[in-house]
Write a new protein. Sequence first.
Length: 129
Amino acid sequence: MTELNPDVTKFLDELNHPLRVEVDQLRVILLESVTGLSENIKWNGPNYSFAGNDRVTMRIHPPKLVQLIFHRGSKKTEQPEHRIIDTDSRLLIWKENDRAFITFKNLTEIEANKTVLAEITKKWIEATR
């Protein structure tokens, strides 16, 4: 089993979030999808970085859904000409060519898309190294 960051677990324990099971499942999927991905808290939610660079942030407020925001960090950078990854998945909603998000409302949606989410995460990390 993947080792979850105890500081993130403590943060979530204190929130008593109604979608805690969903949040924890997403944590495991993300961490298991890419070796070297690290977890911390940023922007009031779990955040995932690779080689010290923020790449995926979990938006957990409002507590009616959970969003994964795929990005290249907090600083605005020049937009790539094309979307940063190629995927046939309709899960990703693109905001810009280097920023997209996925929304989950329940555990059933997460479980049904577990494999695709892991593939998207791998591609994202590879493309933003």
